[in-house]
Design a protein around this ligand. Sequence first.
Ligand code: TYD
Ligand code: MG
Length: 446
Amino acid sequence: MSRSRILFQCQSCGYASPKWLGKCPDCGEWNSFAEEERITKLKRQKTAEPVILTEISASTGARHSTDIKELDRTLGGGVVMGSVVLIGGDPGIGKSTLILQSLRGLAKLGKVLYVSGEESPEQIKIRAERLNIASDKIILLPETSLEGIISVAQDIDPQVIVIDSIQTVFSLDLPSAPGSVGQIRECSTKLMFFAKKYAIPLFIIGHVTKEGAIAGPKVLEHIVDTVLYFEGDKGHPFRILRAVKNRFGSTNEIGVFEMQESGLKEVDNPSQLFLSERPLNVPGSVVTVSLEGTRPLLVEIQALVSATNFGVPRRTALGVDYNRINLLIAVLDKRLGMHLGGMDIFVNVVGGLRIDEPAIDLGIIAAIASSFKNSVIDAGTFTFGEVGLSGEVRAISQADTRIKEAAKLGFRKGIVPTNNAGGRTGQDIEMIGVKNVEEAIEILFF
Ligand code: TYD
Ligand code: MG
């Protein structure tokens, strides 16, 4: 009996099943199965040659600058020839803008093939004019069929390829619709083979689903070398480019941009930017230092504590983990006797940033306590430290880097974990070490 050529595949995680299912047993997504054609395994044609490690001549220095420092940094110091970079982000966040701006630098390599299935060449031209990008090396291709793209690429022999976006590309070999997991996997893999064969960088733009993952996420993230997420709050001009996977550099490196009339501007000193509109001498506001990759970032944390009008008190966390906030509220309640049970508590990291580092715990504690007590924290003071369940303040990594950054921006006093207070930073800054939250609160509010 011949096996059916059709199978059903979860569009969220790629799980395959011979029959349609309402709920994916792998990722738990509902109604995510779609028909895909079974790709029969190709017969093995040729075995690869085994090679001795020391005899491989790899040109590790083959990196090229995009002329955008923040993008280069996130890529690990420029784009590696033959690498595949996926840029994901919400629609309208600025992915096309970023890639178009990077072509100014990339066009120095030679011809760039910009494949756009979303915008017409005229639209791209108008945008390029606004961004002041003009180069006869940039070739636009409004094509969505994979076979068409590859054949054009073979003809014009580009040095860089950009696909905007992968969800619009489809292969004629597969019956499923563009954007389905099967299509995305097939198209990205074929494009990747092309890029590797000719050792040219390939940039793939990918849309993000409502849940915040790139459609067909696991499929794509495994295939590519580097995954960059472009994030930010649409209401704010700040955009953060974050490396979540990088075979050629460190992850968690970030690039900071500001969306302006004339495109994305790099932000050299993000700390200054994030603190620029800080209200001084207002309760509920405190400055803490987070570390993004290798960069210290000063951020303002705001908290608002107000009496609950009815029912269950609300806890809202923007830019920080919700469970973390609940944990810290419990610590405040138990260790400091602050009765927050009948209070609504809102915590926000200013500037649309998202921070997942425990180093900002003490900052959150300080902000909540400040709002609760309605007393101001001195504007020249910053604080950081991880807080444990028994209220102890634990040391965090790279304290010196953080303290230096704070000193650079004119902070005069730091309330930090005892084990972090002794470091020699060579800065004119008063460091006060605290062992637990009681001590911290006592010093912050005299
Ligand atoms: P875009 O790059 O099209 O987003 P994506 O490709 O991620 O969907 O960015 C679109 C947004 O950026 C749009 O809402 C307007 C804004 N923008 C500016 O503010 N200034 C500019 O110079 C450009 C080109 C776009
Ligand atoms: Mg776009």
